[in-house]
Design a protein around this ligand. Structure first.
Ligand SMILES: C[S@@+](CC[C@H](N)C(=O)[O-])C[C@H]1O[C@@H](n2cnc3c(N)ncnc32)[C@H](O)[C@@H]1O
Length: 439
């Protein structure tokens, strides 16, 4: 130990938490340390101190993990878009798998009969959906376009991004330059990105009307860089295409099921289309939908799972909270010739009751894909006439585990299998899938 390092600030990292931070203990407190990896010995400085825990940053790494790699992105230390680029990509997946298994055991008190092999895809340039912040910074005399800085409201000064598709990543500084020349440069706080198979859509959130000169600048940018701009003046219903109006429709496809999904750039769609295809394959293998069955797809969005299920010949009911997405799902079913064996309904599934569920009729199987809060009310509403198989797709292992507890320990299901899907490489998000069957 060198004399400059205070003994009390040296810790060994025991594990990574759900945010990808190193976890250590020191003098009865838990220390969460940004940038530290399991097994490393580090010194740290705390930026928040509470009675039972501290949040800290690594100062020095005294013993380095062999899983540590050089982050590919030069902005990694500052930008909040990624939190795990310093950990080998395969080790990231192992960490996520451990988090899933720990949650199932600790919160759910359940153990899957089988751990599914993780699903991997491209680790760079994968992110086809993103909400980018825009800020004109007077001190820099420049507009910044990008993700927020780590734990801060400031927009990161990023010239490039390794997780956005390369074309879009290269446009970040140019979008900043475009904004600098607009009359409303201080009133355009956000650009929402949706990269489709035939068009790249950028939704400009504008708080003041564009001048005629602004419109020309934006049109020139669209022509030069082959993107389509959309405008959003207020809430989500105000999103309209701006230029070019004859661009191809935004869509993604699922060749395995012969399905094409048109969508609007602010509709919920999975951020990583390669992983989405792999996830759909796995979900369909686990669900194994058959002609003659009646299946529910809860939290169906625009029909991402509903339509592949319907392709099997099963009757599927998609239920979803957003009336806009329900309408889109019905249109997409018709577009793909699947209207006859699909039906859709808008419903707040967080307020489900046993009675309301019974009114939807008998289902042989369920697929559920809830938001981070999980599907507690829906699962608590399962009565006598419950489906014998449930495939649960989750973006939050702690709510999956909480719901698995009820399914297994109260409702008489077994957890046959569970596994992670690396939908968001280099971030700490854990996407997972689990199969439950009635005993
Ligand atoms: C993780 S997304 C899944 C969407 C779809 N399964 C897909 O793969 O694209 C969760 C969906 O739940 C919907 N949702 C959120 N809260 C809801 C609620 N309280 N009731 C019903 N649906 C809700 C969202 O609109 C969103 O479409």
């Amino acid at each position: 130990m060198t004399t400059s390092i205070k003994q009390e600030n040296i810790v060994t990292i025991e594990s990574l938490d759900q945010e990808g931070r190193g976890v250590a203990h020191h003098e009865g407190k838990v220390i969460f340390i940004d940038g530290a990896l399991t097994g490393e010995r580090v010194t740290y400085s705390s930026y928040r101190k509470k009675a039972s825990f501290e949040l800290a940053k690594v100062d020095k790494i005294l013993k380095q993990s062999y899983m540590r790699v050089q982050p590919k992105c030069v902005h990694f230390d500052v930008c909040g878009g990624c939190s795990m680029q310093h950990l080998d990509a395969r080790a990231q997946v192992a960490v996520k798998q451990r988090i899933l298994e720990d949650n199932l055991q600790r919160i759910g008190k359940v153990k899957p009969e089988r751990i599914l092999p993780p699903i991997y895809g491209e680790t760079w340039g994968y992110r086809q959906r993103a909400r980018l912040s825009v800020r004109h910074v007077l001190k820099k005399e420049r507009t910044l376009v990008g993700f927020h800085e780590k734990s801060s409201r400031y927009v990161a000064d990023m010239q490039h991004c390794e997780i956005l598709p390369p074309k879009i990543a290269s446009l970040l500084p140019l979008l900043g330059k475009m904004n600098e020349s607009l009359s409303i440069r201080d009133h355009l706080p956000q650009i929402e990105l949706a990269v489709g198979e035939h068009v790249d859509a950028l939704v400009l959130r504008i708080m003041q009307p564009l001048s005629a000169a602004d419109e020309e600048i934006i049109k020139r940018f669209a022509d030069e860089h082959q993107v389509q701009f959309w405008l959003q003046t207020k809430g989500p219903d105000t999103v309209v295409p701006f230029y070019p109006l004859d661009a191809p429709a935004l869509s993604y496809s699922m060749p395995e099921f012969g399905i094409t999904m048109p969508y609007s750039p602010i509709d919920f769609t999975q951020v990583n289309s390669t992983l989405n295809r792999l996830m759909l394959s796995r979900a369909m293998r686990l669900l194994s939908p058959q002609a003659g069955e009646r299946i529910a797809d809860f939290f169906c969005g625009l029909g991402n799972f509903t339509l592949p299920i319907a392709r099997s010949g099963a009757q599927v009911m998609g239920v979803e909270g957003s009336a806009t997405l329900v309408k889109r799902a019905a249109q997409n079913a018709a577009f793909n010739g699947l209207a006859v064996n699909t039906s859709f309904g808008a419903m707040n599934l967080f307020e489900m009751t046993e009675n309301a569920l019974a009114k939807l009729g008998h289902f042989d199987k369920w697929l559920i894909d809830p938001p981070r809060d999980g599907a507690m009310e829906l699962i608590k509403s399962l009565g006598e006439d419950a489906p014998w198989r449930i495939v649960y797709v989750s973006c939050n292992p702690s709510t999956l585990a909480r719901d698995a507890d009820v399914l297994v320990n109260e409702k008489g299901y077994v957890i046959k299998a569970a596994g992670v899907m690396n939908m968001f490489p280099h971030t700490s998000h854990v996407e997972s899938i689990a199969l439950f069957e009635k005993i």
